[in-house]
Write a protein that binds this ligand. Structure first.
Ligand code: SF4
Length: 362
């Protein structure tokens, strides 16, 4: 996996969208801005490799199987993506027992508890697990360290799908901490391993790690943090962006942990106005000057385009790029074996946004 920082590049970008054609209903409801001079887009932003894989996987399920296709949990944490799939007939459930015996089912990108995977395997005619490989890696590490007699201190957000799935791998060994103060309450005699939810903000993770290292003398942690490349790349780009703008728009759903991390990074980095929105319809009407825009890892590019169209920057749009992302995660095995080599090659060339567009126009 490459995570090479290249020199920050500023590029002129053209973002075009035709609101008159009704292509952007959310943006059409929004209030046009009068005083925005320029928009600077953070790059990377939006879909990561794990989200690309999960969205394309569910789109393939819709194509390959008789409806309805079931999905355990929101496939990714973005309302508009989930709505697109709902319209295409996918039924989302939060309890695997709601999946009828013999139905096709997909498990979401956030990683599921082992008992959910087992039950899905028993009930479903076809079960495909779209867990991001980077989350699966943390599951493996929890299992391994718990098996070796470690107590696992897991920094994450209580109630988040990823944290629930990961902690369920070894519930007897895992202790969830959300903030540095939680570490003081831990009373461990056994060796300690420190693992993390993949989508936290870097600073949030580091604060807890420092506290764990102060409190325990012998702590095992991975050579490289569990925070995923997509999360850290988007935060790094945003940290530079906030230095150059008057306000920052963070696009993404409240349920999205990496979006919340972006909002936190923006608030802590720049002293600029920070506004998190779901769609362009949530934009305030008093923005002016230079506006920065970023988007969580599950946000479709279409939502960013709609925001730019509403901001109407007089001097146009630029991109502030801090690194190139070239990661690609192959489709899950349960799907790969059902597709021809030609279909797999085409899938690799096709972005998830095109798969969503196909669903929309079906
Ligand atoms: Fe995977 Fe990171 Fe994307 Fe989550 S944000 S799906 S962990 S690559």
């Amino acid at each position: 996996m490459t995570e090479t920082m290249t020199e920050t590049m500023i590029e002129a970008t053209e973002v075009e969208i035709d609101l008159r054609a009704g292509a952007a209903p959310a943006a059409a409801d929004a209030v046009a801005q009068a005083g925005v001079r320029k928009v600077v887009l953070a790059e990377p932003r939006g879909f990561c490799a794990g989200v690309e894989m999960a969205i394309k996987s569910l789109a393939w399920m819709v194509e390959l199987f008789e409806p309805p296709v079931y999905c355990y949990h929101d496939i990714v944490h973005n309302i508009s993506v989930v709505d697109e799939f709902r319209k295409a007939g996918v039924i989302f459930v939060n309890d695997i027992s709601e999946v009828p015996e013999g139905a096709p089912v997909m498990l979401s990108a956030h990683g599921s508890a082992p008992e959910v995977v087992e039950e899905a395997n028993k009930r479903a005619a076809v079960m495909v697990n779209a867990a991001c490989p980077l989350v699966t890696k943390v599951h493996h590490e929890v299992k391994k360290r718990a098996g070796q007699g470690y107590d696992v201190i897991y920094v994450g957000h209580s109630g988040h799908d990823e944290a629930i799935g990961t902690m369920a791998v070894a519930p007897e060994a895992v202790h969830l901490v959300e903030k540095p103060e939680d570490v003081a309450a831990l009373q461990d005699e056994r060796p300690v391993a420190f693992l993390a939810q993949t989508t936290l903000s870097m600073d949030e993770w580091a604060e807890v790690r420092d506290e764990v290292q102060k409190r325990f003398t012998d702590v095992w942690m991975p050579g490289r943090s569990d925070l995923c490349f997509a999360t850290t790349n988007r935060q790094t780009a945003l940290k530079e962006l906030v230095q150059q703008v008057d306000a920052v728009i963070v696009i993404g759903s409240k349920s999205s942990s990496n979006t919340n991390a972006l909002e936190r990074v923006a608030r802590e980095s720049g002293g600029v106005r920070v506004i998190r929105i779901e769609t362009a319809a949530d934009l305030p009407d008093d923005l002016d000057g230079i506006v920065g825009v970023t988007a969580g890892a599950s946000v479709p590019a279409r939502l960013v385009e709609e925001v730019v169209a509403v901001l109407q920057p007089v001097d146009g749009t630029e991109t502030l790029r801090t690194t190139e992302e070239e990661e690609y995660f192959p489709l899950p095995r349960g799907l790969r074996e059902r597709l021809t080599p030609e279909a797999l090659a085409a899938d690799r060339r096709t972005p998830a946004s095109a798969a969503l567009e196909r669903l929309r126009t079906k």
